[in-house]
Design a protein around this ligand. Structure first.
Ligand SMILES: C[S@@+](CC[C@H](N)C(=O)[O-])C[C@H]1O[C@@H](n2cnc3c(N)ncnc32)[C@H](O)[C@@H]1O
Length: 302
């Protein structure tokens, strides 16, 4: 009887010691995580500030890889199948938003008068043209843009600059049938889920977002030896593909075309808004290194 009692006592003491050790480990890990977070946040802020400086570079200072003048034919090659047809179907009361428009060349090509289309134009022309809005953080309007905007009049083409997409309200921008993003906010933002949420808010039900994202894990499988630019992970820290994450959004029909043979593995993405009750699973920024484009790592929040 005595030996049973003493072994229960011994077991209780061991359990108490283990609880103390666990408490110390948990506290240490917790403090470490907090410390790592405190160290990481100023570094993220510094990199995001560096990124803003890249956007503002001018003339010979603009890095070669920071391309701002892609035309509509480039958009036709880079965006998912169906973009040109969808653009061609828009009527004069419809609206197209190009996020991260750079100099707005794609919209300039689209709005060119009949017979004045750039040679080799890959998007078929339609007689009626939608109103188009070009959005860029920095103002890269050309004289060509100003002249075309003035000759078309009535705000048929508009250029908005001075802030990123997240700082515009729905009331300021209104809704759109087509939203595009070619190496714009989707590739550069430090807040991917908020960006997608804003895009879906700005789309009319039945409207579509056409974009691409370079240097990602592809839905159709990865190539060995790839340098990834945008990496996503789930809440447990395991890799998450950009398309599998987007497919978790409500009211969004997502189609992906994996381009594994491009210089960087690239996902061409079409997101159709199918109902109005949109929600986007939150992604937290873990890493951001400024560049053109930047390196980013995000983690799905629980
Ligand atoms: C590399 S340029 C691409 C320009 C154009 N799409 C092209 O292909 O020539 C990047 C553009 O994205 C814009 N941009 C980046 N992040 C953005 C954001 N969060 N909101 C709006 N524009 C953004 C920049 O201001 C710039 O106009």
């Amino acid at each position: 009887m005595g030996s049973v009692k003493s072994s229960v006592k011994g077991w209780k003491a061991a359990a108490a010691r283990l609880a103390v050790v666990i408490a110390i480990v948990v506290q240490t890990l917790g403090l470490r995580a907090l410390w790592a977070q405190e160290l990481a946040e100023p570094r993220l802020d510094e990199e995001i500030a560096k990124q803003q400086k890249i956007f503002q570079r001018r003339g010979a200072d603009v890095p070669g890889g920071y391309v701002t003048g892609r035309g509509l034919s480039d958009y036709a090659e880079l965006l998912p199948t169906g973009f040109c047809d969808a653009l061609g179907r828009l009527g004069s009361s419809d609206r197209w938003l190009d996020i991260g428009a750079g100099a707005g060349q794609a919209i300039l090509d689209y709005s060119a008068p009949e017979g004045d289309a750039p040679s080799g134009e890959k998007c078929a022309r339609s007689a009626s043209k939608a109103r188009a809005v070009a959005l860029s953080i920095e103002d890269r309007r050309t004289d060509n843009w100003r002249e075309r905007a003035a000759s078309l009049g009535h705000d048929r083409i508009r250029y908005l600059s001075g802030k990123s997409l997240r700082h515009y309200s729905l009331e300021e921008l209104g809704k759109f049938q087509i939203i595009t993003d070619v190496f714009g906010g989707f590739t550069y933002t430090a807040d991917l889920s908020r960006f997608v949420d804003k895009v879906l808010t700005l789309l009319e039900v039945g409207g579509s977002f056409y974009t691409l994202v370079p240097g990602v894990h592809l839905e159709g499988g990865d190539k060995l030896g790839t340098w990834y630019l945008t990496e996503l992970e789930n809440a447990a820290g395991r890799p998450e593909k950009v398309c599998s994450w987007l497919k978790k959004c409500t009211c969004a029909k997502v189609t992906c075309e994996s381009k594994s043979d491009w210089k960087r593995p690239t996902e061409l993405i079409k997101v159709e808004k199918v109902c109005s009750d949109v929600s986007v699973p939150r992604m937290k920024l873990l890493e951001f290194v400024a560049g053109y484009p930047p390196d980013r790592r995000f983690q799905l929040e629980r």
